[in-house]
Design a protein around this ligand. Structure first.
Ligand code: FAD
Length: 408
């Protein structure tokens, strides 16, 4: 009999599966797609390596020769600043990787299988009933055949599929504006030395500061690139996704120059209104991991890190509950997770209202403060020793912004 059924084999599902089999539970992961499969979200944060390491998967990830990532660079109208993760104020890894997610996600789930998790692909969860003492989960295989599972506990790691929030009507509006992203992968053909391939490059649009671009180089000569912004504005820039992405990219002289020799590798895709929230992250017999619970915004590459953190918080609580202990999921899961999520939310909100951009592009930043900001950009958003984390982050960024306006 299955102890824990996990919906989805993305990073949060794989790590949760590994942590639970390590605790002696029978884990079944049901994944609706066939792996390897494409996923957006290729730039990891240093904190994610700590979480991958603690799950026993770091060696496998390191063997894949992903692009080493030393930090994040920000560029706007000739201004440029770098945050080197090694200079962060928090303990933990000071580097990470830029990964092709099809490969990365496949490695993580294969690690979970190696540790003892059972995984079935092309099986989609279509119904869920938590009214009784045991959850009843209905899944559909690729031939349309329905099957019923009665696990002791369910973790929803279905990402943007948001399976349980949809089925149980837990979705609630996000406080983030409705934004849209155009994304692709290219042969970047950037001459060596013209650009630091060890960093994600975030470029603010020269004129419209709520529009930004990412450029994430991989180790194989490809780069992921994309643009994020207000829907009406982005859609006004051309008929096709390709036209819109490249019209916007060519607005920026530096990006235009960097990418002048690029060749397409994947068609341009579109993602709309991806920010999401839920009324609760847990209920009788289930908890929501990663993006199934909440997604803020891609600007600081926090998605995978939050997903992995949620798996690490949930696994010991599932163990406690299945061994007969009482778990207060709000206090023990949701609140600790939200500490870091709220940190990122404050960074995201002040990025779009430009206060954080003013701070990032300010040339005379105090080095001590920069180390704290760097820690959050490296993903250490749960480090309570960093004053720029937790519920006070917004206030502290506001005070910092005022100081920057006065010349610090
Ligand atoms: P996912 O990785 O989405 O995995 C969920 C899995 O569940 C999928 O394989 C899916 O097929 C499966 N599934 C869905 N529904 C069902 C069902 N009903 N039954 C069975 N299986 C199901 N994050 C970063 O860390 N760095 C970045 O640079 C970054 N860039 C981004 C850029 C954009 C434009 C966007 C929108 C997001 C970005 N993200 C980034 C976020 C990142 O992609 C996600 O946060 C991350 O993939 C979440 O992991 P997860 O495990 O929660 O879910």
């Amino acid at each position: 009999m299955t102890d824990v059924l996990i919906i989805g084999a993305g990073p949060s599902g794989s790590v949760a599966a590994a942590l639970l089999v390590q605790r002696g539970f029978k884990v079944l992961v049901l994944e609706k797609q066939k792996f390897p499969r494409f996923s957006i979200g290729e730039s990891l944060l240093a904190q994610s390596l700590v979480l991958i390491d603690q799950a026993g998967m770091l060696e496998a990830v390191q063997a894949a020769n992903f692009q080493y990532k030393s930090g994040a660079a920000f560029a706007w109208r000739g201004k440029y600043d770098e945050f080197n993760f090694a200079q962060k104020s928090s303990p933990g890894y000071g580097f990470t990787y830029q990964v092709i997610r099809a490969d990365f996600d496949h490695i993580l789930i294969n690690e979970a299988i190696r540790m003892g998790a059972q995984v079935r692909y092309e099986v989609e969860i279509v119904a869920a009933d938590f009214a009784g003492s045991t959850p009843v989960i209905t899944a559909k295989d690729k031939d349309g055949k329905l099957e019923e599972h009665r696990p002791k506990f369910v973790l929803d790691a279905s990402g943007f599929g948001r399976t349980l929030p949809r089925l149980l009507k837990l979705e609630s509006p996000s406080n983030q504006a409705f934004r849209i992203a155009y994304y692709t992968q290219i042969h970047d053909n950037i001459p060596s030395g013209a650009f630091d391939r060890q960093k994600i490059r975030v470029t603010t649009h020269p004129e419209f500061r709520d529009i930004w671009f990412w450029l994430i180089p991989f180790s194989n000569g490809l780069s992921s690139m994309g643009v994020v912004g207000d829907q009406a504005h982005l859609e006004s820039r051309g008929k096709t996704f390709e036209e819109r992405l490249w019209a916007l990219t060519n607005d920026d002289p530096e990006l235009r120059e960097l990418l002048k020799n690029h060749k397409p590798f994947r068609p341009v895709g579109e993602l709309k209104g991806y920010s999401a929230n839920v009324s609760t992250m847990s209920g009788n017999g289930f908890a929501l991991l990663g993006n199934a619970a909440e997604f803020l915004d891609p600007v600081f590459s926090s998605g995978v890190t939050i997903a992995l953190k949620s798996a690490h918080l949930a696994a010991p609580l599932v163990e406690k509950q299945l061994k007969g202990g009482a778990v207060d999921w709000k206090k023990e899961f949701e609140e600790p997770l939200r500490y870091g999520v709220e940190t990122f939310r404050a960074f995201v909100d002040t990025w779009y209202d430009c206060r954080l951009q003013d701070i990032i592009y300010y040339e005379k930043k105090d080095p001590g403060i920069k180390r704290h900001l760097c820690s959050v950009l490296a993903g250490y958003a749960w480090d309570q020793n960093n004053p720029y984390t937790g519920p006070k982050t917004l206030h502290r960024l506001d005070v910092l912004h005022q100081a920057v306006q006065k010349g610090m």
